[in-house]
Design a protein around this ligand. Sequence first.
Ligand SMILES: Cc1cc2nc3c(=O)[nH]c(=O)nc-3n(C[C@H](O)[C@H](O)[C@H](O)COP(=O)(O)O)c2cc1C
Length: 465
Amino acid sequence: MLNEHKACKLDSRKRTSVPSTQQRLEIPNAPFPKGCKHSLVRSPLNTMTPRINAAVPGADQYFPVNIPPIGTSYSKDEYPQNANLPQLFRPITLKGTTFKNRIFTSPMCQYSSDNGHATDWHFVHIGALATRGVGAITMEATSVVPEGRISPQDAGLWTDSQIAPLKRIVNFVHAHDTKIGIQLSHAGRKASTLPPWIHDRFAKIDPTAPSAARNDEDGWLGSVYGPSATAHSPTYPLPRESTEEDLLRIEDAFLQSVERAKAAGYDYIEIHGAHGYFIHEFLSPIANERTDHYGGSLENRMRFPLRLIKKVREAWDKPLFVRISATDWAEGPEQENGVWKYWGIEQSKILVGELAKIGIDLLDCSTGGVYYKQKIPVGPLYQVPFAQAVKEAYPALVVGAVGLITTPQQAESVLEDGKADLVFLGRELLRNPNFALTAALELGTVIKPANQYERAWTRLYKPKH
Ligand SMILES: Cc1cc2nc3c(=O)[nH]c(=O)nc-3n(C[C@H](O)[C@H](O)[C@H](O)COP(=O)(O)O)c2cc1C
């Protein structure tokens, strides 16, 4: 008996000998290995579950394997209430990559990078999400050049030494069967600014306090550029107008960052085309005052963003997301007497049509950020109508909704009503990284918590007929 157990004991150093989660799930009726009756049990799922705390195959450390993966729903045979899965927990496949549910983490700057390098803050922050069941994690705006960072402590992917700390995070997230992407960005004229928690302290006392990070505050005033030489607001850096050489250099930097994203192992890339940063600045008549072939007409304003995204598409064969701001929230009509006054949903729809032709896989629909006097009617689901308008215009394109989606019912209703295909959550996941699990509880679905946290989620495991 002892020998038998010894013989079939899985050596943790030979982790590759453990079948993958997928393999195990695909062999429901596999026989017990010869002479090893006691080392495996048939779970209620009729899958082969080892009676050892098996390791994630191929992972660079020992992590207990989760069957099924964290955040996926159990079979309806075991939990009848799962027969009619909420939309939130239905997997979605984009360009051959399957996301286990439709709760996506919105990119969120952490202002915590060390000269653009991810640190253990990022590892803990992102790792916490990966162990709690979200379908995907989009890492924060990550600049393709140093001067494209929003704040001095923003993330970057402009040099090879930035790959390793990101790869470590990606590997951990993958070991927990979660997809992870990176948002590639350039802040344009909104670069070289103070992190919000620094600036906001001063702005509370004096609303005219500079947002700009001076050079003695680790900023790079004098090296900030946008489409035009006008500042975002009186408290922001004064940019210079970017040249043709700048644009070609930035395109090249995006492509180099794409190669680094490949090396880090990301599952998808999101291009940051929103929130008043470089790409959005080209699109919006508010920020783009150019008179050359990059300014003026809609076709001209879209020229650089579309050329850039097309090049990224050609270089990246995994899912490609693009985040846009669908409106500048400026006063008056978007178009007057045939002139586009600011960026809005009508131009957004035209842009998205072009992006669809380029072959993007998902449109992440946000708003605002370019106009410093913007008046946003902030409230639950306030940006969803824009996602809905895009979805209605391009039903075949996968659309993500974002913005004050804070309850499972809200998120589920957006998907059920067909207003979007998935949701991006930002601040709610900062408050509650367990959103997927609490949503499952509230919506009456049984999903897998991490093995290590199962005892905190026993309420989930109640079969209901
Ligand atoms: C701390 C913080 C950092 C953010 N950083 C980014 C970012 O890097 N890129 C981006 O596109 N949006 C960023 N956003 C916007 C969020 O992704 C999201 O669109 C916004 O917060 C609205 O969604 P929510 O109501 O679910 O938070 C950030 C938001 C917060 C709160």
